[in-house]
Design a protein around this ligand. Structure first.
Ligand SMILES: Cc1cc2nc3c(=O)[nH]c(=O)nc-3n(C[C@H](O)[C@H](O)[C@H](O)COP(=O)(O)OP(=O)(O)OC[C@H]3O[C@@H](n4cnc5c(N)ncnc54)[C@H](O)[C@@H]3O)c2cc1C
Length: 386
């Protein structure tokens, strides 16, 4: 038997980006259904550190991506406040900024290069002496030779944010269907008409005029011809979580590692960037390298519990830029390819896509991320950084 339902918008994929898009659309009065093949919030967003750091990431971004990141970071406080109000849950949004630390001359040269990118993109950073770094974070290694302070960098806890988004979607009347397998995105003529999926052996159809594909690194596996035109590949990230008394309050980075402190005292230490397909192995070598570099930066980690070693798959398109906008038949949209910045870019992605879907307003900020660009060009792979 086939069960029928109706929605204004179906989002396929209940990860970081899909949940943000669904929440924003539901906030604007749309009837929203999220269809997730597994459990929601268990994709890359579950592994992610949650840095909202346009300045620290400047070298990995171009001007268009930096502009989009700045827009998203500007929207973050309002977005988080709304999600927290609707859900009654905190998201761990913190404003201490990032300290980028040089522990040797090679690091110092890398930070000089990063500072040049930051200046070019108009990002605000301050040069710090070793003494100024230790004044801000006394637990940092005494080997520090200098660094940069990015006061506008922020962080959020992606697990708490996604949990709050799920509650916010439900609060706004949205539906979330988990453990469902999408069998088709249905069309009539050149228009989308809905989605057919199976769950617990039963077939379901949800009619909808708009469908957003947000299946992250797995998007090419969807039963949609247009999705297969996206040159997607997973970039594996291994990341550790340590527990103990809080020893720092800023996000700390060297060119080799980052350490993100949570209010609870947890430290998130990341991350590898491996082009190995969907390889789920948690390797001793990765743990060793992450801990070695984290220890060089913050010797006090030696006393902490290693509580988790997680693998996540960043959704990376060939040009390392996201794909946000129409794709294929009318009413079908993509919101994917956020690679290493999906947590940071979620509010702008959700809000600007909702402007487009609900009001028909297209922000020029989205133009560089047109999903149809891959039909026209074949550019080389960029990025590969942490
Ligand atoms: C180690 C690591 C650290 C990171 N750190 C940061 C950071 O500090 N800051 C930052 O901004 N970003 C960070 N990222 C990147 C960020 O996590 C991703 O860009 C973001 O999660 C992408 O969101 P997404 O919704 O596209 O994909 P995901 O979060 O992976 O969600 C995709 C969802 O789609 C579901 N799905 C897949 N196939 C189907 C299907 N056929 N049907 C239905 N559902 C399906 C999946 O199960 C999953 O739930 C990090 C990533 C990793 C791995």
């Amino acid at each position: 038997m086939t069960e029928n339902a109706h929605a204004d918008l179906v989002v396929i994929g209940g990860g970081m980006v899909g949940l943000a898009v669904a929440y924003e659309a539901a906030s604007r009065g749309l009837r929203v259904t999220v269809i997730e093949r597994d459990r929601v919030a268990a994709g890359a967003g579950h592994a992610a550190a949650g840095m909202l750091a346009p300045a620290s990431e400047a070298e990995a971004c171009d001007q268009a991506l930096t502009d989009f990141a700045l827009e998203s970071c500007q929207r973050y406080p309002e977005f988080v406040a709304r999600v927290e109000r609707d859900s009654g849950l905190g998201c761990g949004y913190r404003k201490e900024g990032s300290l980028l630390v040089a522990l040797n001359r090679d690091h110092a040269e890398e930070l000089d290069r990063l500072a040049a990118f930051q200046r070019r993109f108009g990002l605000h950073v301050e040069m710090l002496s070793a003494a100024e770094i230790l004044e801000r974070e006394p637990a940092v290694s005494s080997k520090a030779v200098g660094g940069l302070f990015a006061p506008d960098d922020r962080q959020v806890d992606p697990r708490r944010l996604q949990k709050a988004l799920v509650a916010g979607i439900r609060h706004r009347g949205g539906a979330i269907v988990q453990h469902a397998r999408v069998t088709s995105v249905d069309t009539a003529g050149d228009r989308v008409t809905g989605v057919t999926f199976t769950r617990a052996g039963e077939q379901h159809e949800t009619n909808a005029e708009t469908v957003v594909l947000a299946a992250g690194a797995w998007i090419a596996g969807l039963p949609v011809a247009a999705a297969r035109s996206l040159p997607m590949r997973p970039i594996k990230g291994q990341i550790l979580r340590l527990r103990g008394q809080p020893i720092v309050s800023h996000v700390l980075r060297t060119p080799d590692v980052y350490i993100v402190p949570r209010e609870s005292g947890e430290l998130v230490v990341g991350a590898t960037a491996e082009d190995l397909g969907f390889d789920e192995r948690r390797t001793a070598g990765a743990a060793f390298e992450l801990l070695r570099e984290a220890f060089r930066l913050l010797p006090g980690i030696a006393e902490l519990d290693v509580s988790e070693h997680t693998v996540g798959f960043r959704p990376a398109l060939r040009d390392a830029l996201p794909a946000i906008g129409p794709l294929g038949p009318r009413g079908l949209f993509a919101a994917t390819g956020h690679y290493r910045h999906g947590v940071m870019l979620s509010p702008a992605t959700a809000m600007l896509l909702a402007d487009w879907i609900v009001d028909g307003t297209l922000s020029p900020l989205l133009a560089p991320f047109d999903p149809s660009r891959f039909a026209l060009t074949a550019s080389p792979v960029r990025g590969g950084m942490r």
